[in-house]
Design a protein around this ligand. Structure first.
Ligand code: FE2
Ligand code: FE2
Length: 246
C-alpha cells in the first residue's frame, strides 16, 4: 500500500485541446499517464490527482476524461484545479454521490489513508501581473489583482481549515496536505497555507499547477521548516506519479 500523487493531466478526449504546443513533454501525454501510472500504482494504492484534470467546460464534456481516470489503477482522489470548470465548488457532494466507489472529490472533506488524513483544497496564489525592470527583476505588481487574490486565498484557507477540522474530529492527528496552486506566490516565503501546514504539523505539502521549466521553481520544493514540499505537475515529472508515503 502506497500513496502517490500526480497533477495537471489536462485531458481532452472530448474537448480536443491538444497540448503538443506546450512542448515535447506533452506529446501523447495521455499515453504516458496510462503507461507510467499503470507501471507504478497498484490496486491497493491511493493516487491523488492534484487538479486540472479536464479541458471540458461542463460535466458532459468531461465524461471520457473522467472515465480514463477511473480506469487508472488504485483508489483515485481528485483535487479541484483552476481549469476544472465541471466541478462547481458547491457541487462536491453531488459529484461524490454520482461517482461513489469510483472517484473521490476532495474539498471540504478528507480521505483516510493508513493513520493519516489526506486533506486539501484548490488553494490560490497571486500570479501577477508583475512589473519588471529590464533585467527581469520584479519592481511592482497590479495591486487591485493582488487584493482580489487575498480574498481568494482567505476563502481557500477556510476550506482547507474545514478539511482539517473534519479530520481532527474523526480522530486523525497525522496529515498530508494537497493543493492545486503552489503554497506561496513568487513574492512570498511563507503564506497562510504554509502556516496552516506548520500549525497541523503535516507530513508533506503536495501541489502542482506550475508548468514549464521557468515556473517549476515558483514555490517551495524540498524541506522547509521541517515539512516536505513536493511539486507533482505532470510535465515536471514527465507524468510519472510521485510517491508521497509508503
Ligand atoms: Fe495546469
Ligand atoms: Fe492549474
Amino acid at each position: 500500500m502506497a500513496l502517490y500523487a500526480l497533477g495537471d493531466l489536462h485531458l481532452s478526449f472530448q474537448a480536443h485541446k491538444p497540448m503538443d504546443g506546450f512542448g515535447r513533454v506533452w506529446k501523447h501525454h495521455e499515453r504516458k499517464i496510462e503507461k507510467y501510472v499503470g507501471q507504478t500504482v497498484g490496486p491497493e494504492d491511493t493516487l491523488v490527482l492534484t487538479g486540472d484534470h479536464s479541458w471540458g467546460r461542463k460535466l458532459p464534456e468531461c465524461r471520457e476524461d473522467l472515465a480514463f481516470i477511473e480506469r487508472l489503477p488504485g483508489r483515485k482522489v481528485l483535487l479541484r484545479g483552476n481549469h476544472d470548470m465541471f466541478w462547481d465548488a458547491k457541487k462536491t457532494e453531488a459529484l461524490n454521490r454520482e461517482f461513489a466507489g469510483r472517484l473521490f472529490f476532495l474539498q471540504n472533506n478528507f480521505v483516510p489513508y493508513r493513520d493519516y488524513a489526506l486533506v486539501g483544497t484548490k488553494g490560490y496564489t497571486f500570479e501577477g501581473p508583475f512589473y519588471l525592470d529590464r533585467w527581469g527583476n520584479i519592481t511592482g505588481w497590479d495591486e487591485e489583482r493582488e487584493a482580489q487574490a487575498a480574498k481568494l486565498v482567505a476563502r481557500e484557507t477556510a476550506r482547507l481549515r474545514e478539511s482539517f477540522r473534519q479530520a481532527e474530529a474523526a480522530g486523525y492527528r497525522k496529515f498530508v496536505m494537497f493543493l492545486h496552486y503552489p503554497p506561496t506566490s513568487v513574492l512570498e516565503e511563507t503564506s497562510p497555507f504554509t502556516e496552516m501546514a506548520e500549525e497541523y504539523g503535516v507530513e508533506a505539502v503536495v501541489y502542482s499547477h506550475c508548468h514549464g521549466e521557468s515556473r517549476f521553481g515558483d514555490s517551495i520544493r524540498g524541506s522547509f521548516h521541517g515539512i516536505r514540499y513536493l511539486l507533482v505537475s505532470g510535465d515536471y515529472l514527465n507524468f510519472h506519479p510521485a510517491q508521497v508515503l509508503p
